[in-house]
Design a protein around this ligand. Structure first.
Ligand code: NAD
Length: 241
């Protein structure tokens, strides 16, 4: 049997589903992976050297500019047929499918998926570098690179999880619960090497299906592997399901 036909049947039969997505989910929208994004001025820097609290404290304007460049690229992209098929399924089946994503681009949210658990934050948003004091909240940040509190100097930073930082506790707990309790998890476009996100696929008692055109570290945890891309496979298996 064609694996997508089998997957379609599994989706129809599942009461609770989780989609765990990674950078490959956004590839067909034109969002480069971390490493592909290292072009031009940034070609000589590794993400591990830029996406850390230490790097930001040492060179805030420099790291801010790197994020501004990525933000500008992400503003120009749009959700693809796979993102839209997920959101459409969620509209037709409220509360049945939870999206857990490692992506910071906001494409699931822009496609209309509700209550996305963004484990690594959202690049379009800012937050305070240090816990905000009353002065930080009282007045708008002073424009600059990066903006800062005009009183104490606390800096704004991209609201993403950097190397060495904890994942947001509430989102992670909700994702762990959804993963544990689901009947079916679709793991889309992730290499499966970044933990704890990848661990969700190993912790579920439901079936696991990997959708990825290439081999991934989670293939061994899968009940089914679909060698295809997110934009091609998801509309096919979620339509009429
Ligand atoms: P990864 O870059 O390690 O792996 C991407 C995976 O997607 C690969 O296994 C690849 O084979 C697969 N893939 C490529 N094209 C695909 C397609 N069209 N359809 C389906 N799969 C496809 O990504 P990761 O596992 O998410 O880990 C990278 C980390 O970098 C994450 O922590 C993430 O937060 C961050 N990141 C996010 C974005 C984003 O927000 N879009 C982009 C780059 C990196």
């Amino acid at each position: 049997m064609d694996v997508t036909v089998e997957l379609h049947q599994w989706i129809r039969a599942a009461a609770r589903l989780v989609i765990l997505s990674g950078a490959g989910m956004s590839a067909e929208s034109g969002v480069p992976t971390f490493r592909d994004a290292q072009t031009g001025l940034w070609a000589n820097f590794r993400p591990e050297e830029l996406a850390t609290p230490e790097a930001f404290r040492a060179r805030p304007a420099f790291v801010w500019d790197w994020y501004e460049e990525r933000r500008a690229r992400m503003r120009d992209v749009a959700p693809h047929a796979g993102h839209l098929a997920i959101a459409d399924f969620q509209r037709r089946h409220p509360g049945r499918l939870t999206v857990v994503t490692q992506n910071v681009d906001g494409l699931h949210q822009r496609a209309g998926s509700p209550d996305v658990l963004a484990l690594h934050g959202q690049i379009a948003q800012d937050t305070w570098l240090d816990p905000p004091r009353p002065c930080c909240e009282a007045a708008p940040p002073v424009p600059g690179r990066p903006p800062a509190c005009g009183v104490c100097g606390n800096l704004r930073r991209p609201a993403v999880v950097w190397f060495g930082e904890m994942l947001p506790a509430r989102e992670l707990a909700q994702a762990e619960r959804a993963a544990r309790d689901c009947d079916l998890m679709l793991v889309v476009g992730t290499s499966g090497v970044v933990y704890p996100a990848a661990g969700l696929a190993r912790a579920t008692r439901g079936r696991v299906v990997v959708i990825n055109p290439h081999e991934s570290d989670l293939d061994d945890a899968a009940d089914l592997v679909v060698r295809g891309t997110a934009a091609a496979v998801l509309p096919k298996v979620l339509a009429d399901a």
